[in-house]
Design a protein around this ligand. Structure first.
Ligand code: NAD
Length: 258
């Protein structure tokens, strides 16, 4: 088990108990980390605060809609005030307007393309910039985002989200290059399909689940706890030589040709 005792982390992307970010928060809490969690809006604030109460170390809970630069700045200021420095960030945020994942990709509007790329890819860059000084103060850190194989291959109805994930994975490499000299590592986990609020929006998602189950080398789907275990490796000192990497946690599905 990777150890995070003495480490402080910010987790952005908890909506409910099914969120992959929540599984990572629970695992990081068990591994000894002190956490800060964010909620996107007032509708989800209650959920996040209730979940936060179940952690062993009471977390700082802050508002953060990643489309708002001011809220990102306030998160960094809040962390500076409340905990003084940061060792890791988990970014588990993605969104595409409904039409963009129901209509053919060819019909993606300029506005929907911008929204999907802004929330799902640019937000990682903006958060990285905001928290890097808090990490540099601790002698380095680990930034982690969540991605999907739809960045490289076509999955029906994933559409603009696939383009956003390609941008996100390229951002991982550019950020890793620029932040490496400050000993800040930047990685992504590309997870296999898991039933969550976000994936419920992809029509035909249950077919994707069953195809993975049939064809992945491990012949099963994965759960959020398994993504969390991979995350602990990248967030902890166990992953200290790894940066600029996209780690596939998908029961091996990506390795198959058919
Ligand atoms: P989820 O719906 O629980 O998490 C998505 C989060 O994004 C939610 O917490 C939501 O509040 C947040 N979000 C959306 N717009 C936001 C905004 N403007 N500001 C701040 N937060 C915002 O679903 P999830 O499946 O846990 O998704 C987490 C990440 O994992 C996403 O990046 C997703 O693409 C990725 N992922 C999911 C799967 C899967 O099958 N579930 C597979 C691979 C990768």
């Amino acid at each position: 088990m990777s150890n995070l005792s003495g480490k402080q982390g910010l987790i952005v992307g908890v909506a409910n108990k099914r969120s992959i970010s929540w599984a990572i928060a629970q695992a990081a809490d068990r591994a000894g980390a002190r956490l800060a969690l964010t909620y996107v809006n007032e509708r989800l604030e209650g959920n996040v605060r209730k979940l936060a109460e179940t952690l062993t170390q009471p977390p700082v809970v802050l508002a953060c809609d990643v489309t708002q630069d001011q809220q990102i700045d306030e998160v960094a200021a809040g962390l500076d005030r409340e905990i003084g420095g940061l060792d890791f960030l988990v970014h588990g945020v993605a969104f595409a307007p409904r039409e963009a994942i129901t209509q053919p990709f060819l019909q993606t509007t300029r506005g929907d393309f911008q929204v999907a790329l802004d929330i799902s890819a640019y937000s990682f860059v903006a958060l990285a910039r905001a928290v890097a000084p808090l990490m540099a103060r601790r002698g380095g850190g680990s930034l982690l985002t969540l991605t999907y194989l739809g960045s490289e291959r076509v999955f029906p109805n994933y559409n603009v989200m696939g383009v956003a994930k390609a941008a996100l994975e390229a951002s991982v490499r550019y950020l890793a290059s620029e932040l490496g000299p400050q000993q800040i590592r930047v990685n992504a986990i590309s997870a296999g399909p898991i039933k969550t609020l976000a994936s419920a929006g992809i029509s035909g998602f249950s077919d994707i689940l069953s195809i993975y189950r049939d064809r992945a080398p491990l012949r099963r789907n994965i759960d959020a706890g398994e993504v969390a275990d991979a995350a602990l490796f990248l967030l902890s000192n166990a992953g200290r030589a790894v940066t600029g990497e996209v780690l596939l946690a998908d029961a091996g599905y990506h390795a198959m040709g058919l």
